[in-house]
Design a protein around this ligand. Structure first.
Ligand code: PMV
Length: 326
């Protein structure tokens, strides 16, 4: 029996625009998904997701549900099967598997839970098959699974959950590791509204089509924000970072991916003294992040909780995907 885990993430800067080729800054945080994998004696791939309360098995192209609505269960479990199969292909070995998922990361909230599940499963399957996989191979399998979930992911979620730390990410090119000078006291608050990343991405594509020149100008502004933010992060300048988060949020608001619940949490965080706040991930619900200096973090946390957010203080982790025990 093998257990592997992978971290959640927050996009500090650049969501949505990253899908269109702009850079993004992303940080892995200390909440993880755990995948337990055992080899079976038959060919089935059997998957249980504890948190989503769904279970079923794949056998020769057909799916049998055990717990949950059959269609919804298949939709959620298919990417997990895909990550496992991609790894088996890479190892040149094919086995039946029992896969069990347990997650500390809220789903559909902008914290990258689907990519973390895929990376943890990929690593666990590799270890169960006694194959020494590179992180690059795990990243590729996780990205294939993400393509089933979102159709057109930038790959930022799969990259950060696999490699950990902080990354300056660009579509189709090598990402750069960022070293952060200061502790980043981040408060994360979840509106509790589940949304589809794919729908939010499509909304932005539609806006781009209606206003191509304006979208281009917004992209240029965003690029400057990200590049300045990368410098501020490496210098540990929290005041500048906060300001840049507010500017980035203004662009996301302009794209139409914010909503009342997100705005309420952002305003509460700022009133309580946050240096900056923005939605994180696809928007339309999900989470906001707020940056506070060390002394103010608890105050900001309390304020967003009182405003209705399910909130916690997050810490950066350098640990990407890892095998816990085999
Ligand atoms: O909300 P999430 O965690 O699925 O993040 C989506 C980030 C986007 O930029 C909107 C999409 C992507 O694939 O980069």
């Amino acid at each position: 029996m093998v257990v592997a885990s992978a971290p959640a993430k927050v996009i500090l800067f650049g969501e949505h625009f990253v899908v269109h080729g702009e850079p993004a800054i992303v940080v892995a945080i200390d909440k993880r998904v755990y995948a337990k994998v055992e080899l079976r004696t038959d060919d089935k791939i059997h998957v249980i997701s504890k948190n989503l309360n769904i279970a079923g098995s794949f056998n020769d192209g057909s799916f049998t549900v055990e717990v949950g609505d059959p269609q919804a269960a298949r939709l959620k479990l298919e990417p997990i099967k895909c990550a496992a199969e991609k790894i088996m292909e890479a190892c040149g070995k094919r086995k039946g598997l029992d896969i069990e998922i347990y997650s500390e990361i809220p789903a559909s909230a902008g914290l990258g839970s689907s990519a973390a599940v895929a990376s943890a499963v990929a690593a666990a399957v590799g270890a169960a098959l006694k194959s020494h996989l590179s992180k690059e191979e795990i990243f590729k399998a996780s990205l294939e699974a993400e393509k089933i979930v979102h159709e057109m992911p930038s790959g930022v979620d799969s990259a950060i959950t696999t490699f950990g730390g902080a990354l300056l990410f660009r579509l189709n090119s090598k990402f750069e590791r960022l070293t952060l000078e200061a502790e980043l006291p981040l408060i994360i608050a979840d509106t509790g509204i589940k949304r589809s990343t794919k729908d939010q991405i499509l909304k932005v594509y539609a806006l781009k089509e209606r206003h191509p020149r304006i979208f281009q100008l917004m992209r240029n502004v965003l690029r400057e924000i990200v590049l300045e933010a990368a410098e501020a992060l490496q210098e540990g300048d929290l005041n500048i970072l906060g300001e840049l988060m507010n500017l980035n949020h203004a662009l996301l608001y302009g794209l139409g991916v914010s909503n009342d619940s997100l705005e309420q949490l952002i305003n509460a965080a700022k009133k309580a003294g946050a240096l900056g706040a923005k939605l994180t991930g696809a928007g339309g619900g999900g989470c906001i992040i707020a940056l506070a200096d060390g002394l103010n973090a608890e105050k900001v946390l309390k304020a967003v909780q009182e405003a209705g957010g399910n909130a916690f203080i997050a810490h950066k982790t350098n640990d990407g995907v890892r095998v816990e025990h085999e």
